[in-house]
Design a protein around this ligand. Structure first.
Ligand code: ADP
Ligand code: XUL
Length: 530
């Protein structure tokens, strides 16, 4: 491989798709590709990449679908004549919290991958629990209570692990597996996160969990970045052995397995750098380093996050994670489950069915929606914690309404999502001086304009709305550089030449004043529902 001709590959195994971004050493994006689970792999019958259980709380994805997606992605890249031989390092993002259960002998299947057959056909029988619980699941309320009572309460769990017990966090999901699918749990030789699973596919071996995505499990000691004995013991017997180690995010996971060399021409030198969570990698992709640099990601979920020097975890809301590009740093985050899919549903039901028609409905309504506020809770919500699903509409006097006049729903869904991020983000110290917008919906100018007006700050966006995959590219380069130097390289040096982020919205003073004036009204309505 020519030193000046190297490429870095970033994957993003998210809720709805598997994406790839490739950049050169000058940090220029040279190639992108993606596989959509619903449309490219219809045989799995997912909606938005997931299956909903009959209880309305359980949400899973077929683990083998993520493997089939990698088969298909590599096939698409080969058809595009992508030059795999130039890839010096690969890293990736996984949707956070989801868990993968490999049965005894799984490691042999990974080690023994051979290029004659698809990954799917070689790994189909490897899972002790074939459907992975994912971040949208909220069925583990019981297990959360058990963890908090074993560790001394919500604040104690937050102080130790960075977050109080949350339903979607992996430890509580594993506790549920132990309690309800005992045999599956016992048969598991290894339990991985989506991130470490995708990395394991590439290395052909079990790859450790990185400290940043490990923070989303309610199992890791946030400060020492090791498994917390009390939390592990309260979750399930024999768990530590099934989880393997936690390593710094910039660690080399291993060389790419010969399967990929034989199948598509990766070289022996190609390194796999530990994968991490999609939100941590977005922090890297947006190069958030200073306090006050805040991002809002509008993907399947809506998240708001920023980096942080010292953590103060809250028992009521938000999360503190280890920073994926600074072994001594942290990040703070809030997450809303009702993000893009809920906006899509409101678009389809009340706003003409296209983003163009949705934008026109937004244009016909004023900032603040004349005091009309709506909560669109299609899925049990995390922030604010609203388990009861439904649409809750109120007029300016706080009277509950069954429906709104035409156009108001489109504005109400976007405004309440941003007002919630404003209120709950500021509760954990996320007070932006400017916002970097990312994720699928960040390409929509009408939506970023409302964001700018609600927060009263300028909004910026990079060329790539998928900052999780871009962050994985940067982290592939960063891990490669750390390995070459045999020392930690400051991430700021790695991304020095990255393209400038452009301003996409400027706040309008009158619109911001309208939102500031309705904050108390919004808080009171939210309080009446929670
Ligand atoms: P994830 O990575 O979580 O799978 P993405 O960041 O790829 O999700 O975002 C996908 C979402 O982006 C889709 O569900 C869609 O609703 C949303 N989206 C795409 N284009 C637009 C648009 N022009 N306006 C609003 N939302 C959009
Ligand atoms: C974060 C979370 C979601 C997923 C989506 O805590 O649950 O943002 O990471 O991919």
């Amino acid at each position: 491989m020519q030193e000046n001709d190297m490429l870095f590959l970033g994957l993003d195994s998210s809720t709805q798709s598997l994406k790839a971004i490739v950049m050169d050493q000058g940090l220029k994006v040279v190639y992108t590709a993606s596989v959509n689970f619903d449309t490219d792999l219809p045989e799995f019958g997912t909606e938005g990449g997931v299956h909903h259980g009959p209880d309305g709380l359980t949400v899973t994805s077929p683990t083998i679908m993520w493997v089939a997606a990698l088969d298909l992605l590599l096939k698409k890249m080969a058809e595009d004549r992508f030059d795999f031989a130039k890839v010096a390092a690969v890293s990736g993002s996984g949707q956070q919290h989801g868990s993968v259960y490999l049965k005894k002998g799984g490691i042999k299947a990974l080690n023994g991958l051979t290029a004659g057959n698809s990954l799917r056909s070689q790994l189909e029988e490897c899972f002790s629990i074939p459907d992975s619980p994912i971040w949208m699941d909220s069925s583990t309320g019981q297990q959360c209570k058990m963890l908090e009572s074993a560790l001394g309460g919500a604040q104690a769990v937050a102080d130790l692990t960075g977050s109080r017990a949350y339903e979607r966090f992996t430890g509580n999901q594993i506790a549920k597996m132990f309690q309800t699918k005992r045999q599956g749990y016992e048969d598991s030789e290894r339990i991985l996160l989506v991130s470490s699973f995708m990395a394991s596919l590439l290395v052909g071996d079990y790859v450790p969990i990185d400290a940043s995505d490990g923070s989303g499990m309610n199992l890791m000691d946030l400060r020492s970045k090791t498994w917390n004995r009390q939390a592990i013991d309260a979750t399930a017997p024999g768990l530590e052995q099934k989880l393997g180690q936690i390593v710094p995010s910039h660690s080399v996971a291993g060389p790419i397995h010969s399967y990929y060399r034989d199948l598509c021409g990766f070289t022996r030198d190609c390194l796999v750098i530990c994968f991490s969570g999609d939100n941590p990698n977005s922090l890297a992709g947006l190069r958030l380093q200073r306090a006050g640099d805040i991002a809002i990601s509008l993907g399947t979920s809506d998240t708001m996050f920023g980096s942080l020097a010292s953590p103060t975890p809250s028992a009521s809301e938000g999360h503190i994670f280890a920073n994926p590009v600074d072994p001594n740093g942290y990040m703070a985050m809030v997450c809303q489950k009702n993000g893009s899919l809920t906006r899509e549903r409101v678009r389809d039901e009340f706003a003409g069915g296209t983003w163009d028609a949705f934008d026109k409905a937004l244009a016909r309504t004023p900032a603040g929606n004349n005091g009309n506020v709506g909560f669109y809770i299609d899925e049990p919500e995390i922030t604010p914690p609203l388990l009861q699903t439904g649409v809750f509409r109120f007029d300016a006097s706080g009277t509950r309404l069954d429906s709104f006049a035409p156009d108001l729903d489109a504005r109400a869904v976007v405004e309440s999502q941003f007002l919630s991020l404003l209120v709950h983000g500021s509760n954990i110290g996320l007070k932006p001086a400017g916002i970097l917008a990312t994720g699928g919906a960040s390409t929509n100018k009408s939506i970023t304009t409302i964001m700018s007006n609600v927060f009263g700050v300028p909004v910026y966006a990079g060329e790539q709305p998928d900052s999780a995959a871009l962050g994985a590219c940067y982290r592939a380069l960063h891990g490669w550089q750390c390995n070459a130097a045999q020392a930690f390289v400051p991430f700021a040096d790695t991304v020095k030449g990255a393209p400038k982020i452009q301003q996409v919205a400027t706040p309008n003073a009158a619109a911001h004043a309208a939102y500031s004036a309705m904050l108390d009204h919004y808080r009171a309505l939210e309080g009446s529902l929670v």
